[in-house]
Write a protein of this length. Structure first.
Length: 325
């Protein structure tokens, strides 16, 4: 029987964040001493898995894959960003960096200080991977605590690679600024309408092709560019892109984000659809019909679709099993 249990964690800036525990009560039970799940199926080494969504989304983006992984004997935790899903509405406006600095920190503190988990894998969609990256750069002590990461459709600074894509993102920025928010529900982007304050950081990163902090600076007042620090994030990364994702996270943009974890390719893009970079055994994979896959996928379908469940989710499970400890 699949169970869902909500726990609220408190951030250092005084907000509350919903963290959902997803577990199959038949296949696993909590190990009170190690903080790790136990599964009667000895063919699966049960692990703890952290999942989170991106903009316009809530736990529903991660729920089906979390239930799939829980059905294999793992214990899953879904974090909902502040103001998303069952996380209470925040008192103040926020952006990507707010979430990375406070929401992730509170959640990981809960995992390792309160639950005392002894292993953790991360599975993120879109901006969830961007937030995870910024969080780990700010809190590097957690990097060695993470066994692996899987990033679906994740990019931050390379969606405006052509004049047409640049014009689309600029137009989206100007319209969002005029309206004050992106009407995601009306545009069928997801259940959450994101404010201009939240989205402006993403617009600027892509238009300016940097990953600059809006808070941190170097001692000489130069902007702090997270991209320059991404090679310090050294856990094994499986990056997944969708050929049909043409705006938010196109394959070329996902590849540039993936390559930034490797210092040797930090400043140059690559066009190969599948590769391994120099950080551990990191793997990049584009899913496309031209490669024999079931779908070209879109930004959402790459994680939430029957085809994804058939051919992509098992590769995530295999990645987690490969890096289990």
């Amino acid at each position: 029987m699949m169970t869902r249990t909500r726990h609220l964690v408190t951030t250092k800036d005084g907000e509350q964040i919903a963290v959902w525990r997803i577990a199959d009560s038949i296949k696993q039970h909590a190990d009170a001493t190690a903080g790790a799940p136990c599964a009667p199926d000895t063919s699966v080494k049960a692990q703890n898995i952290f999942l989170t969504h991106g903009t316009f989304s809530d736990k529903q983006t991660c729920l089906k894959i979390a239930e799939y992984l829980a059905g294999l004997g793992h214990q899953c935790y879904i974090m909902e960003w502040r103001g998303h899903g069952d996380s209470p509405a925040p008192k103040e406006a926020f952006d990507f960096e707010t979430i990375a600095t406070y929401d992730y920190e509170a959640t990981f503190r809960y995992f390792f200080d309160e639950l005392q988990l002894n292993n953790l894998h991360c599975v993120t969609h879109s901006g969830g991977g961007v937030g995870l990256t910024m969080f780990l750069i700010q809190y590097p002590d957690y990097i060695d605590k993470i066994n692996s990461a899987t990033m679906f459709a994740c990019q931050a600074f390379a969606a405006a690679a052509s004049p047409i894509s640049y014009a689309k993102i600029l137009a989206a920025k100007l319209v969002t600024k005029a309206v004050g928010y992106i009407p995601a529900k009306k545009l069928k982007l997801g259940p959450i309408n994101e404010s201009y304050h939240t989205m402006n950081q993403w617009f600027d990163w892509n238009l300016q092709q940097n990953f600059n902090s809006s808070r941190k600076q170097f001692t000489d007042n130069a902007p702090f560019d997270y991209r320059q620090h991404m090679p310090m994030v050294t856990m094994p990364i499986y990056a997944i892109s969708a050929k049909g994702d043409k705006f938010i996270s196109p394959t070329a943009g996902c590849r540039r984000f993936f390559d930034a974890f490797n210092r040797a390719t930090n400043s140059r893009p690559s066009s190969a659809p599948t590769s391994t970079n120099n950080n551990a055994t990191n793997v990049f994979r584009e899913y496309a019909r031209s490669r024999g896959d079931l779908d070209d996928y879109t930004h959402s379908r790459i994680m939430i679709s029957r085809h994804a469940a058939t051919e992509i989710w098992p590769t995530v499970a295999a990645w987690i099993e490969q890096h289990a400890r």
